[in-house]
Design a protein around this ligand. Sequence first.
Ligand code: TTP
Length: 444
Amino acid sequence: MGSAPRMDWNKLLDATRYGRESESSDIRSPFQRDIDRILFSDHFRRLARKTQVHPLNENDHIHSRLTHSLEVASVGKSLGELVGVFLEEQGELPDKLEPRDVGEAVQAACLAHDIGNPPFGHSGEEAIKDWFKNRQQDFRHLPKDCLADFTKFDGNAMAVRVLLSTGFHQTGMSPTYAVLGALLKYPWPSLAAEKDKFSYFQTEAKAMEKVADALGLIAMDNRWSRPPLAYLTEAADDICYRIIDIEDATELGILDGWFMFECFAEYLDLKTAPGEAYDWVWGAHFRQRNSLLRAKLITAATQEAAELFKEHYDAIMTGEFDKKYSLMEKSKTGICRRIHDVYKDISGTIFLSRRKAILELGAQNALGRLLDQTMIDVHEFCDKEQSAINKKVKAILGDEIIDAIPKGEKLCQYRVMMAIVDYISGMTDNYATDLCRKFLGLGY
Ligand SMILES: Cc1cn([C@H]2C[C@H](O)[C@@H](COP(=O)(O)OP(=O)(O)OP(=O)(O)O)O2)c(=O)[nH]c1=O
């Protein structure tokens, strides 16, 4: 009996670039260059005004997708380095690479993990999906796998599209294969998606074959094995958003100022008796107390996540790690388990808090309205003559975006629809709200 196929770090950490391979004699490592390309991109900058949990918030302590992405990148870098040290000990770290390089590859992917998110976070994704689901009949002539890209729309796939430079107004990031791999949380297309999660649209399907081949991913049914570094990107995200969402909810008064302390102090073994190191917490402002808890939780959870990666290493490398679970969920009694369980109990209260609920219903309307207005005559975009509305939509998107799509091609309409979705999902929350107001005829 032959042994199960196994992924290989020489391929998984391939620093070759997808697309343009530009010469560089500067001091930066290939993965540091990925970090810089992502960090300086306009897609990344716009995350400052995209919802993490609480839309259009005026409290500057509350996280946007930008602050979240920076924090995830910080945790991801540590996780990557810890795993890099482990690979070195195993004798599996490719020649010329150091543990720090693994940290940088994960850091880059973490920076980009939400770069494809639409405005208004998850409710924005739902709004886009709902709009297309309600109009499936109108688009029934599209190939099934193309239509599913819209009816199951996922920001994860848009992130890959942004990085591969196929999206709206992109000049090209040409990321390394290793960083693309670390971003591939769901390495299958929309039609194969369970729970509407997938990492690439049909526009990127050909590119994905090249990426999967370069990374040496294992073909399994209608998907590829998840690249091991993607587990670390996911763990960094899971650790950060669970802790930080609780902290933000406390800041907004949705949860009590002692909530974090009551849930976690005992698990962190904090010394808070009179005369002990942290006895100051009793008289502290809730923010000071939460800062301490956040720091301790992130440190402990990061270390545990690296240990969980090592514990499940063989299953991860052969693609057999249970795809239903994340690393964090594999924790039995550790701090990751506690964070996961507390968040599970409390997330309903946070997600259905009054202000969030009101603004999310508004977001549904705003995105629906933007799609209504830009998609009215989308069936005719590939005709020679353009309707008056399509001429205006073209002018808004930029004529060159639509003109670049070959008109005789079978997938012309699908590509135009994708260009419009690029445009809308690339918007910040405030831009989408403002454009909706203008589309309603309420002035400029
Ligand atoms: C499901 C859900 C999440 N959120 C917030 C909570 C977290 O801060 C954040 C989690 O979303 P993501 O960071 O996008 O991560 P995820 O793991 O849930 O999803 P994916 O696999 O697609 O990447 O979104 C809401 O505000 N409302 C919701 O209904």
